[in-house]
Design a binder for this molecule. Structure first.
Ligand SMILES: O=P(O)(O)OC[C@H]1O[C@H](O[C@H]2O[C@H](CO)[C@@H](O)[C@H](O)[C@H]2O)[C@H](O)[C@@H](O)[C@@H]1O
Length: 259
């Protein structure tokens, strides 16, 4: 078995000793390496396979907790999808039939729809002004992508978008990796993780993520939980791995600790 960093190994083994656990993984930058075009992202096959093995073990729940909307997630994730999928940073939640009563998706109000249309119009103006700046549409948000733009153009587009959206009350801005997401939904990954933890009545949560928006998830974890950041940089997570390529080793270790 490939080795984990000893401190992470010890923390993982403490986590694995709990009876009922939730393993929640972010998608882009965690299961999938970051790529230029969101539609080209795919989870590393080994990570997807091990995640599936893990969720079949007794006492283990597995969830994807993603900023992507669920439809986009389904296009890039191989079957079977994990049973629990949080999409759009918490605005969408897919749970098995037995848990369906716990989540009633509220359609956007007329006011939210208008706001989203306004947001999209503002971001479209910005995207039109810069080469290789594009938009991604979600049910309750629009995202400005600048990864493929020249660095100066990307920075200018992000700045212009923030300035244009600032006056719009009720819009939540989420900055991620080469993206600015403007959402009319107020949830985030932290609230979604707490909701899942309560829903499943698990003893401990492992959350692994790479992006600024994953910090909301790390912040709600308590001392029985485990947060692992993928990559470097400031984080509320207590442990880290270097890249998505290191995720399979972690999952493999967790599986053998549960056997
Ligand atoms: O929470 P996640 O599952 O990590 O989703 C976060 C955002 O991921 C996607 O954008 C990021 O990945 C793209 C593909 O690697 C990359 O091109 C982009 O620059 C990254 O920011 C997705 O497109 C967003 O909607 C998600 O919110």
């Amino acid at each position: 078995m490939p080795e984990l960093d000893p401190e992470l190994h010890a923390a993982l083994s403490g986590f694995a000793a709990h009876q009922k656990i939730l393993v929640a993984l972010d998608f882009d930058g965690t299961m999938s390496p970051i790529v230029d075009r969101p539609e080209d992202a795919r989870p590393l096959p080994e990570s997807a396979e091990l995640f599936e093995q893990l969720r079949q073990l007794p006492g283990v729940f597995a969830a994807l907790v993603s900023g992507r909307n669920l439809a986009s997630l389904a296009q890039v994730y191989p079957e079977p999808m994990p049973e629990f999928c949080i999409g759009s940073h918490g605005a969408e939640r897919q749970v098995p039939e037995t848990f369906k009563a716990s989540w009633v998706e509220k359609p956007l109000s007329a006011e939210q729809k208008n706001l989203l249309a306004q947001v999209t119009a503002e971001l479209a103006v910005v995207a039109d002004r810069h080469a290789e700046v594009s938009l991604e549409y979600k049910p309750s948000a629009t995202v400005l992508h600048v990864r493929r733009a020249a660095p100066q153009a990307g920075a200018a587009a992000l700045h212009e978008a923030k300035t244009a959206l600032q006056p719009l009350a009720g819009v939540k801005l989420l900055e991620g990796k080469a993206v600015l997401e403007a959402s009319v939904h107020q949830g985030d990954k932290g609230e979604s993780l707490s909701w899942l933890k309560h829903l499943l009545q698990v003893d401990a949560v492992l959350f692994i993520g790479d992006d600024v928006t994953d910090e909301n998830g790390f912040k709600v974890l308590d001392s029985t939980d485990l947060g692992v950041k993928v990559g470097s940089g400031p984080t509320a997570a207590t442990h880290h791995i270097a890249s998505p390529q290191d995720l399979p080793v972690l999952l493999q270790n967790l599986i053998s600790m549960r056997h």
